[in-house]
Design a protein around this ligand. Structure first.
Ligand code: SF4
Length: 329
């Protein structure tokens, strides 16, 4: 069997201060092949961004700890790589698009210079200045910006165009893995659709693997191959997008996420929010972490960690399905 591009195994991440420990990520595992997209969905505070930043080793050094787990990129554990090697991995092999294009770009450099800078930093192949300038033009055109605008500054672009520039910088070195953290959250809906369509198109053209972090199941349906539903630092449900949108069994949290998105075919007065809040990560509930908010909570749920129901690639960590068609991985 061919080796996966990325394998995350039983990853745990904590933030430690003098007073308390924040249990941000609590044993997640997943794998990704070239050209595949994994969507990670969940509310704010679920641990999605912490998990993504750990792949690039961008967690705050003073407080973050990884007590357990491995992050294998092309078979090599990134957690053991020297920092100097990680600097060339970032941007060249693994790139990240952050949420807000307004703060990701340097206001005093032209957009062309910002793409050029990324190329020059990773210029292992000895490209000449002219070759790098040509690559800047190509990259801008790839994201739908005319090369004539490369001497413009970020403030001369709209929000959607700025996010295209951020994507161009991330793709300049043709990384094998792109991590996009809520890349369209700061954009209005029509521009969101354009940027997502463009990202989908680029993914197919360049065969880039992608981790897409979002709280929006609609975006997952349009862009992802697999999806992980994350709650309180754990994957409570995992499967293909087909599994997620067609299966008759779901984790109650996933049901809650589905209930809180608008459906034009169902006439309702109000959307159904998920009652309650994400638990305090310094003091997580025992048993199932969703139990304080779960409408289907049973006695066992507050006492025992749920077992995993598995059907093909579809996995659900919930006591509701204990003993039902279980094929443990
Ligand atoms: S294990 Fe229990 S509390 Fe947790 S989601 Fe399932 S039914 Fe709800």
């Amino acid at each position: 069997m061919s080796e996966k591009l990325l394998q995350v195994k039983n990853l745990e991440i904590q933030y430690k201060t003098d007073l308390e420990t924040v249990y941000a990520v609590n044993g997640i595992s997943f794998a990704l092949d070239k050209g595949e997209t994994l969507g990670i969905v969940g509310e704010t505070g679920a641990g999605k961004t912490t998990a993504a930043l750990s792949i690039l080793r961008l967690l705050p050094e003073k407080t973050a700890r990884i007590p357990k787990g491995e992050i294998l990129f092309r078979g090599e554990n990134l957690l053991l790589k020297p920092e100097a090697e990680m600097r060339s991995t970032r941007g060249e092999q693994i790139s990240m698009i952050f949420q807000d294009p307004m703060t990701s770009l340097n206001p005093i450099l032209t957009v062309g210079d910002q793409i050029f800078e990324a190329l020059a930093f990773h210029n292992d192949t000895g490209m000449t200045r002219e070759q790098m300038e040509a690559r800047v033009d190509e990259t801008l055109e790839l994201v739908g910006i005319p090369r004539s605008r490369k001497r413009d500054y970020p403030h001369q672009f709209s929000g959607g165009m700025k996010q295209r520039v951020v994507i161009a910088i991330a793709l300049a070195c043709e990384p094998e893995l792109l991590i996009a953290d809520e890349p369209t959250t700061a954009l209005d809906v029509t521009i969101q659709a354009q940027v997502l369509a463009m990202m989908n198109d680029l993914k197919h053209k360049l065969n880039t693997a992608m981790i897409l972090i979002t709280h929006d199941l609609g975006i997952v349906a349009q862009t992802c191959d697999h999806v992980a539903v994350m709650y309180a630092g754990e994957f409570v449900e995992y499967g293909s997008v087909f599994d997620l949108f067609t299966a008759d069994k779901h984790h109650p949290y996933t049901d809650g996420l589905f209930g809180s998105i608008p459906n034009l075919e169902v006439e309702t007065d109000r959307l159904q929010p998920i009652d309650g809040l994400m638990p305090d990560p310094t003091d997580l509930p025992s048993g199932c972490k969703f139990s304080p908010r779960c409408p289907k909570c049973m006695d066992i749920c507050t006492k025992q960690k749920p077992t995993t129901y598995q059907n093909g690639t579809h996995r659900i960590a919930c006591h509701l399905y204990s003993g039902k068609e279980v094929e443990e991985a």
